[in-house]
Design a protein around this ligand. Structure first.
Ligand code: LLP
Length: 463
């Protein structure tokens, strides 16, 4: 997943001397700012603080495991994206990465738009006051009820994902007497360099309508012929956790080519293109993500160039970053429990959470960093695997990392860059209680999503 892919992992201590797992170059007490949110630092006692609050206090007040979200970092990233793209483009935060009512309010205040992909996300967005015209609704199988809600709420755009959906949305819009603004999601045939489960621009998958074989052109023909639809553009999302801009550039080029074909066939210049989300973040020190201004420049240069070549008016660009905004802004705080040293292999460090609060390691082979955060230590580094408390040996949070050898039960450790796709993909496996999300800002911490309780579990179990 992350580019910092280590080989299969050490089976014996001797591989440590063979270069796969040389002891960490950096002092384990030093926090690499690439993977931690911006207000994270260590205080004079060596404890990690975020937003000016020490983790021991946070653990005492909110318990562990818990996600701590650095609100000022989140807001700063929103601003960086919208400033990078400027007034002639739109940034839609992808709510699937993490959504709550507080997050919706921050987005609204910071001037971002929102991409939702389910009725639940739509409800959260509307409930927290996101203006409907700033919402885009995605999904390969939106239900009729969801489409009805989106249309009647007046969402700014529905991204049509299939031939059947073109007719479905047109019919519903007509029944409500509106012309729904829509985009058509095309699969541009790009191989994104990322994990197979999160690559979405190749043709053999469930999303979108292929550019190949004239499928997308046919979808455009149909959408333009239906009264209930106002076709405003074309959409492409090539995948997620991508570092290489080349895939986005190919995608932009192909989408612009389609706009030119549409102009030639129908005499219509569609005013918008959406290039999706998918920009990678640093999970470990070896990852090297692009900054929003570099991404904005690369995308707008290619679109401008291609449009000039095709003699098209440059369309309004939109993008949909999820992970790149929220991912780096949170860490998960765990308490260390059982420690099991395996001579010649590694030490298993069990924490009070696991695959129920972070499924990404098990699902995508994702890599994470980890640090001892309740104190500093001068002990030697030891190779660890951070594991959860679930009844499954694949219950791994951090596959291979180093922690100080004097680590003890009761210490607090934290896994950075867990803001995206951790709480939003959390489960109740083994009847685990999903952890809270606590927003921290300027010396204040407040729960924005509370911890699940056993009463919550029993309430759903109606006997
Ligand atoms: N737009 C569309 C149409 C998407 O499908 C997605 C992500 C995004 C934007 C946002 O992508 P981002 O900027 O966050 O990479 N659960 C996986 C990621 C799945 C992404 C699904 N779609 C993970 O944990 O890596």
């Amino acid at each position: 997943m992350s580019r910092s892919a280590h080989p299969a992992g050490p089976r014996h201590a001797d591989v440590l001397t063979e270069g796969h797992y040389s002891a960490p170059a950096a002092d384990l007490n030093v926090l690499d700012e690439k993977v931690w949110s911006r207000t994270v630092t260590r205080d004079a006692d060596g404890a990690l603080t975020v937003g000016g609050i020490a983790v021991a206090r946070l653990a005492e007040e909110f318990g562990t495991p818990a996600y701590f979200l650095d609100e000022s970092d989140f807001r700063a990233r929103c601003r960086a994206w919208s400033e990078a793209f400027g007034p002639d483009a739109d940034v839609f935060y992808a709510g699937k990465a993490f959504l709550s009512r507080a997050v919706v309010r921050w987005l609204t205040e910071e001037g971002l738009n929102l991409d939702v992909c389910s009725g639940g996300e739509l409800t959260t967005a509307l409930d927290a006051g996101m203006p409907a015209e700033r919402i885009a609704f995605h999904g390969n199988n939106k239900t009729v009820a969801e489409i009805e809600r989106a249309v009647t709420a007046g969402v700014g755009r529905i991204v049509l994902d299939s031939f059947q959906e073109i007719v479905r949305v047109a019919h519903i819009a007509q029944r409500h007497g509106v012309r729904q603004r829509v985009q058509i999601r095309v699969t541009v045939g790009v191989e994104a360099h990322t994990h197979e489960f999160i690559a979405t621009a190749h043709e053999d998958q469930k999303f979108g309508i292929a550019l190949a074989d004239g499928q997308a052109a046919e979808a455009v023909r149909r959408a333009l012929s239906l009264d209930g639809l106002d076709l405003i553009g074309v959409h492409s999302h090539i995948g997620s956790q991508i570092f290489d801009m080349a895939g986005f550039e190919v995608s932009a080029r192909r989408v612009v080519q389609l706009l030119a074909e549409i102009r030639d066939e129908h005499g219509v210049e569609l005013p918008e293109i959406d290039l999706g989300g998918g920009l990678g973040i640093a999970y470990t020190s070896e990852d090297d993500p692009r900054e929003p201004h570099e991404i904005a420049k690369a995308l707008s240069d290619i679109v401008t160039r291609e449009c000039e070549a095709a003699k098209l008016r440059t369309p309004r660009i939109s993008v949909e970053p999820g992970r790149a905004i929220v991912g780096p802004t949170a860490f998960t705080l765990y308490e260390v429990g059982t420690i099991k040293p395996l001579e010649g292999l590694r030490t298993y460090v069990s924490v009070d959470g696991g695959m129920s609060d972070n499924i990404r390691t098990a699902l995508y082979d994702a890599e994470y960093s980890v640090a001892l955060v309740s104190r500093t230590s001068d002990a030697e580094p030891m190779l660890v695997r951070v594991v959860g408390k679930h009844c499954e040996s694949g219950d791994i949070v951090v596959k291979d990392a180093f922690l100080p050898a004097d680590l003890a039960p009761g210490d607090l450790i934290a896994v950075p860059a867990t803001g995206a796709y951790c709480r939003s993909m959390a489960s109740n496996y083994n009847h685990a209680l999903r952890p809270p999300v606590v927003a921290v800002r300027d010396g204040e911490a407040r729960v924005i999503v509370r911890r699940e309780t056993e009463e919550d579990l029993l309430r759903l179990d109606v006997g």
